[in-house]
Design a protein around this ligand. Structure first.
Ligand code: GTB
Length: 217
């Protein structure tokens, strides 16, 4: 049974690999699992057929036989649990890698998303000029903390793991913001992730969808 993931038929990120299917594609590429894609429009993700897969009407979803999953973090965790390559075997190292997965999604991603959302939907509000610097300060705080912890290491905890995969995809959302300029080690960390062959394959596959030439991963 081939894995199927649901992705935007026309991603608002215009193929920059910033939508959350990118992390699922990357994880599948890291572990060498082929997959099919189901392309859905922004309208179709809110229709009953997709709401059965995803209660909040979003992408990505993941199907493997009878199993249907939503939430990119849970999907990446599932892939990492069932295939070698994304979580270490040593129990403590594995627990630390999982900790970094949660840190990426519940500590670092929220302020980054809040800033992006404000820029998208609050730009014309009276409070925007005061609110944006506050939101940017929250992002900078997390970047500073993460940068200090990473130091000159290649990855967050020894070997590359699903924790790094999620953290890199989260940090990539700041691409073009100028906010990463102050943290050369974070920029190098992102570049290391992007240089992985599995990342490149995943990126090319999602770009092919945007370019109208979708292929299976
Ligand atoms: N917590 C969920 C997860 O991790 O899977 C969040 C899923 C989610 O927000 N999905 C978005 C979605 O389906 C797409 S990725 N949105 C439609 C909706 O909620 O109605 C978010 C995204 C979209 C676009 C860009 N971009 O243009 O740069 C970046 C990220």
């Amino acid at each position: 049974m081939t894995i199927t993931i649901t992705v935007f038929e026309r991603s608002p990120d215009r193929g920059r690999g910033l939508a959350r299917d990118m992390r699922v594609r990357w994880a599948l590429e890291e572990v060498g699992q082929p997959y099919d894609i189901r392309l859905l429009s922004l309208g179709a993700i809110k229709e009953p057929a997709h709401l059965k897969r995803h209660p909040f009407g979003q992408i990505p979803t993941y199907e493997d036989g009878d199993l249907v999953l939503f939430e990119s973090g849970a999907i990446v965790f599932h892939i990492a649990e069932h295939h070698a390559g994304l979580l270490p075997n040593d129990a403590n190292a594995r627990a630390r890698a999982i900790t970094w997965m949660f840190a990426a999604l519940s500590t670092v991603e929220p302020p980054i998303v809040e800033r992006s959302m404000a820029m998208l939907v609050e730009r014309d509000k009276a409070w925007y000029g005061q609110r944006l610097p506050l939101l940017e300060e929250r992002v900078r705080q997390r970047l500073g903390e993460l940068s200090r912890r990473l130091g000159d290491a290649d990855w967050l905890d020894d070997a590359f793991s699903a924790g790094d995969l999620l953290m890199v995809t989260v940090l990539r959302r700041l691409d073009g913001s100028g906010m990463l300029e102050a943290y050369p080690n974070l920029r190098a960390y992102i570049a290391r992730g992007e240089a992985r062959p599995a990342f490149k394959r995943a990126f090319a596959a999602q770009l092919a969808v945007f370019d109208g030439k979708p292929s299976t991963g």
